[in-house]
Design a protein around this ligand. Structure first.
Ligand code: KIV
Ligand code: ZN
Length: 392
């Protein structure tokens, strides 16, 4: 039987850390509603200690979107009492609230950022989890910069915070340093040790995209036993962004032969969610972005267009309908062949063209396509009209 992977969306927290992408309360609630429709299991709605505005937005998401038991609402805290209180006071209105806290485990964080010893940091983490547990039953602990941490100290931390009551352990590749094979192996070791310690605690990963490997690292973690993934819509996030939800989810779905896992995501809501996030945040999606880019389902080569019209499987591994688009797009250019042009004309209602008529129109198409980058439907009408004017 396929294993369920929990999807934790952090578009409203890590995603909102993109410069200029600030959302107001209304926009945050709208996006959270759409994320719920998309079927994510957990929404991280913000970092309430950062400002009154963020606190209010997290509280509004908890009240208005977290009002059913099928979704968990969380927000981020550093491992300090004031932050934890702030998260608690904002998320407690949800039916299923969780406190998420973060504290570094790498030498760089422990020694340079905090100027403390490893034992001191470990104790701060344990005390913070124990305190959070007095407020809520669900507590996630993130070992920041895990990919650059000493493995045995990382494990010592995880084991200790599990004993203190953490219900989810999130292992972040904070600076996108991980490499899929190494990362997968490390997650495999943690999964093994965690299952042997307390198998009710979920193991999660949070991958950044600094070397363009966030999706690959997330998938490697799933293969090696991670139960939960943290992602954002369109992969937005700090610096080069986070693992893109749509890429991870569609990879799992398309390559079920490798992963044998499933998510609760309603993939048909992917495009709606992508467009809403892009427009509210004012961040265009790169045209060739996997799954949600404008060109992800557009085909322009004549050879590909001909193949697709014979069998879509020839050049399509993800069907646009599965992510909520109507159809694939055949872009008519000078490289398009007769098959694609005939298909486009038929879609416009020109279904009874004789062979001579079609050849004449195709000639007109080639002339225009040579002069212009793309030929659109309205151009085809003009070409047909022009042909009949000259031949009647
Ligand atoms: O990248 C990171 O380490 C984070 C943590 C807060 C999970 O965003
Ligand atoms: Zn992050």
């Amino acid at each position: 039987m396929s294993r369920k992977i929990w999807v934790f969306d952090t578009t409203l927290r890590d995603g909102e850390q993109v410069p200029g992408a600030k959302l107001n309360l209304f926009e945050k609630v709208e996006i959270a509603q759409q994320l719920k429709k998309l079927g994510v299991d957990i929404i991280e709605a913000g970092f309430p200690a950062s400002s009154q505005g963020d606190f209010d937005a997290v509280k509004a998401v908890a009240e208005r979107v977290g009002n059913t038991s099928d979704i968990m609402i969380t927000a981020l805290a550093r491992a300090v009492k004031a932050d934890i209180d702030s998260v608690y006071n904002a998320v407690k209105y949800a039916q299923n609230p969780m406190i998420h806290m973060v504290l570094g485990t790498s030498d760089i964080h422990v020694e340079k950022k905090f100027s403390k010893s490893k034992d001191q940091i470990l104790q701060i983490g344990i005390d913070a989890v124990k305190y959070a547990k007095t407020l809520l039953p669900q507590v996630q602990y993130s070992t920041e910069d895990a990919s650059r941490s000493d493995f045995e100290y990382l494990w010592k931390t995880i084991e200790a915070v599990m004993k203190a009551g953490a219900t989810m352990i999130n292992v972040p590749d904070t600076v996108g340093y991980a490499e899929p094979e190494q990362w997968g192996e490390m997650i495999g070791k943690l999964a093994y040790r965690m299952k042997n310690t307390d198998d009710s605690v979920l193991l999660s990963v949070h991958c950044h995209n600094d070397l363009g490997m966030a999706t690959a690292n997330t998938l490697a973690a799933i293969k090696n036993g991670a139960d939960k993934v943290e992602c954002t819509i369109n992969g937005i996030g700090e610096r080069a962004g986070n693992a893109a939800l749509e890429e991870v989810v569609m990879a799992i779905k398309t390559r079920g032969d490798i992963y044998n896992v499933h998510t609760n995501i309603n993939t048909k809501e992917i495009m709606n969610t992508s467009r809403l996030v892009s427009s509210f945040m004012g961040l265009d999606v790169q045209v060739n972005k996997a799954i949600t880019g404008d060109n992800a389902f557009a085909h322009s080569s004549g050879i590909h267009q001909d193949g697709l019209l014979k069998s879509r499987d020839a050049y399509e591994i993800v069907h646009p309908e599965d992510v909520g688009l109507e159809d694939m797009e055949l872009v008519l250019t000078a490289r398009s062949g007769r098959h694609a042009v005939k298909n486009a004309l038929e879609k416009l209602g020109f279904t009874n063209l004789s062979a001579d008529e079609f050849e004449g129109i195709f000639e007109g198409f080639l002339k225009l396509a040579d002069a212009k980058k793309e030929v659109y439907d309205h151009d085809l009408y003009v070409i047909v009209e022009d042909y009949y004017e000259k031949h009647n």
